[in-house]
Ligand binder design. Sequence first.
Ligand code: PLP
Length: 389
Amino acid sequence: MGSHIQIHPDILNIPYGDRHRINDATQGRDGLINLASGNPDLSMPPFITERLKASLDSGYASYTNYYGLPELRRKLSQFLKKNCGISADPDTELLITHGVQEGLYIVMKSILHPGDEILIPSPHYAEYYLNAVACGSKPVLVALDEEKGFIPDFDLIERAVTRKTRAVVFCNPNNPLGVVWPRDVLEDISDLAKANNLIVLVDEIYRDFTYTDQPPSISTLPGMAERTFTFGGFSKSYMMMGLRAGYVIGPTEPMFPIKNLHYCVTLCPSSLGQIAALAALDCPKEQLEPLYREFGERLEVLYKGVKAISGVSCVEPKGGFYMFPNVKCFGLSSMDLALLLIEEVGIVTLPGTEFGPYGEGYLRLSTCVNCEQIETGVGRLIEFAKAFD
Ligand code: PLP
């Protein structure tokens, strides 16, 4: 007998993606090299671990202030001013969330009205699309072209803007593309947003992993603070993925009801995550810089290896943990190729289509394993390509 419980269509419409096919294919196989994951193999810096242990020893596990420990918000606000040039009042413009993921949901749910359109330069981080659907709005994908270095084509974006367009969402550095949009691109986005009265959602979770000139945070460009929500997190910068600590910065007036929704969703962020986040802001540079260097090296090793595969092209990655090589030369769909790579040479990758239909013909490769494994992985890819010829 069917259930009498009827789920809201917006929730039923959230697509699942096909990632489970990749997971299923890996079952029971030994010696796989994982170039798919966004969950790095490294531990938190010892400074943070020690502070967390001390906090655990004290037995502290209370609910905290709903919007994040006041001390954390204060410190974070100073940190953001110093490191990103962002001015955020810790009481009214800054909210600690259960990771960027929660932040994205509560902001999109709050600003998107049914039928609104949100522009997503694509291939894109899947969550943006899923949230747009969950909120009853219409995600509008705007293609990013490899030949243009995955830099947006503003004619294309302008043509995608309609009366119903409310917002644009993107991440910089980019997951899955590995590119970092520089100042002039952000200025163009800012002009477009101001001309069309759009809200900008920018996800800067990979900001510390920028291996080129650091672009400005778009909210610091003239006239942008009042129309921008900036998302940042502790997950990647401090290897705190499972502790679930992130934040969103936005203008006071809309932040007020958004904070209320945050309360409905989660009451308060995890106390442990916040203790770790507080420690992270005090973490000595000597424990962080090697981490950021390590990911830069991994990206270089992976890129060098991928470039050596005949027929494969790839936009040089400049930030984050990922790159997005064009693998159309194999003549297979991205999913079929990803499955074949698991079966034939034991490399796990993600089909580009996990990041939207414009990802067809591409794979997403990641740097969440060490250089040695990356080298083994690309060695296997090169052998695979030779055998395929
Ligand atoms: N945004 C991007 C672009 C990501 O790649 C990820 C995780 O992989 C997240 C957000 C999730 O961040 P958090 O762990 O802070 O929820």
